[in-house]
Design a protein around this ligand. Sequence first.
Ligand code: NI
Length: 261
Amino acid sequence: MGGYRQSVGIFDTHAHYLVRDFGDELEQVLNELPKKNVERVIAVGCNLQSSEEEIALAKRYDWIYASAGIHPEDADKLPGDWEERIEALLKSPKAVALGEIGLDYHYEDSPSKDVQRKVFITQLEMAKRLDVPVIIHSRDACAETLEILREYKPRGVMHCFSYSAETAAEVVKLGMYVGFTGVLTFKNAKKTVAACEAVPLDRLLLETDCPYMAPEPHRGKRSDSSMIEFTAAKMAEIKGVSAQEMIEIANENGKRLFLNS
Ligand code: NI
């Protein structure tokens, strides 16, 4: 065989591209991604408004897909028709996941645990009914998240993974994928590195969570999907493969989970 093979690009499975964060530069940032080795992106919604915005972006850009869902921090003050609206958004041709959804007990002023739990479970049931994968956000709520995942057994990813290696292994056992952001490159990321070690290659996903979580050497700056190369290089080092192999493997994993291909 031999000869020329076109190299596979980056699949950023978790990004937020909103005018709120990128302002006038949004178009330019998005247009430059394919030139920076980014092959496709999932633009992730967190509430009704951002889900609508991300789905609209996916309609305009070939390489952008989108998700719709209610983030735990947005789980209160929802309008009466929120479920119908999320469901309608998920029927858009390029909507590929329900998310991000989950539990976040980090902040005191977040919606109550009861409210978060109810909105999370409602969306897990919706994902089952519509047969779409879920993107799970879980922070300082490990035991309760696992308990719910064991009960509802969704297809999907635990995103921006921040828990232990034991928990990562448990998530893999449940059949789910595990996503890592630029946090993996931080100097104090020992626990996250150990979690990444515990996940088999065919369950790893690369994410930016941009505009947040920029990897080293860009930590603290506004990030975009092209910065995944630094996270990919770190993940490759942890897993003992080359950076390009890691990008290809994560791309395949993302396609299998979100694009059924
Ligand atoms: Ni996110």
